[in-house]
Design a protein around this ligand. Structure first.
Ligand SMILES: [Zn+2]
Length: 327
């Protein structure tokens, strides 16, 4: 890792630290889109010298950022064997998220449905709905919202949370899985969630945790950095500070995710094997080769499982999921 000071006066306001507003930063490393290959450009990942929040620098414009999101970024199941296996696997590993969120639903006195922000194709919401929960989804992608309705039969809207036509206090629980790290203004979303939640409502947030052993081990090749789509790289303490500054009290923390931590480590070891990465990059492969590569990736994921359990037990897992109560 190199250290070089960037003079404060050359920094746009948009590039000030989103947590503390400081212009002072140091470069940690340079990286490019190693997962999807949407661009050949290199980006800087910097650290605020005041609060040590890590972020992409300078921030890409909205038009640039749009190009770094492939059209099928979220997941929709196909009908061949590999797709069916993948769909089964996704349902299985989402159990972790479902259990965490059901505990939040049962713990609150607030009424109203659950809103999942960044709902993608809506599989998570479908699993909750199958368990009798009232749910709604919101996603930036029209295609994702359409899939949530059409494939998973859950109501979903297309838009941004801060401008969504929703009644304040309407929701009992709001969830955001892997959303905040993609935003220019994460605090804006957390504030909007605060307004949309009823009294005693719960916010559940999950982001990659840069205070993890995996980041120490893989550095810039850790998949949680995901240049250039992750604009902010939170550590556990950064996430807690953010939600508490927006009127929440953190009541639960979970450092292990069966869906994300072992597979994330497998992708850090071999981005070329990542199933979504291969699909997005359009790697030509026959159904047999695809099944074989998926099998090798799955095997690698299983090998990573013990390490990810141990790091999570030591509160240094590669993701952090929190439940926060509206104060
Ligand atoms: Zn800062």
């Amino acid at each position: 890792m190199t250290e070089e000071a960037v003079p404060a006066e050359v920094i746009r306001e948009a590039d000030l630290c989103p947590a503390c507003g400081s212009a002072s930063l140091r470069t940690l490393f340079h990286g490019t889109d190693r997962l999807f290959g949407t661009t050949a450009s290199y980006f800087e990942v910097v650290e605020c010298t005041e609060c040590r929040l890590m972020r992409l620098f300078p921030q890409p414009t909205a038009a640039e950022l749009n190009q770094y999101y492939p059209a099928n970024y979220w997941f929709a199941a196909g009908t061949d064997t590999a797709s069916k296996l993948e769909d089964f696997y996704r349902r299985l590993v989402l159990g972790d998220h479902v259990r965490f969120v059901e505990k939040a639903i049962e713990g609150t006195k607030a009424a109203g449905p659950l809103l999942d922000v960044g709902c993608g194709g809506g599989l998570f919401l479908r699993l909750l709905r199958e368990r009798g929960r009232k749910v709604m989804g919101l996603d930036f992608s029209l295609e994702a919202a359409r899939t949530a309705w059409g494939v998973n039969r859950v109501p979903a809207m297309c838009g941004t949370l801060s401008k969504a036509p929703l009644r304040p206090g309407a929701f009992s629980v709001i969830t955001m899985f892997h959303v905040l790290e993609h935003l220019y203004d994460p605090a804006g979303y957390v504030e909007a969630a605060h307004e949309l939640l009823a009294a005693d409502g719960r916010l559940v947030v999950q982001v990659p945790n840069a205070a993890s052993w995996q980041f120490l081990l893989f550095g810039q090749n850790w998949n949680g950095i995901d240049v250039p789509r992750h604009l902010v790289n939170f550590k556990e303490k950064d996430l807690v500070a953010l939600v508490e500054a927006c009127g929440f009290e953190v009541t639960r923390r979970k450092f292990f995710s069966l869906r994300d931590n072992p597979a994330g480590m497998a992708t850090s070891i071999s981005a070329a094997l990542d199933p979504m990465g291969r699909r997005v990059r359009g790697v030509p492969e026959s159904p047999g080769i695809r099944l074989l590569k998926d099998g090798v990736y799955f095997g690698l994921t299983l090998l990573c499982l013990p390490f990810t359990v141990i790091e999570a037990t030591c509160r240094a897992g590669s993701t952090i999921m929190i439940e926060a109560r509206k104060k």
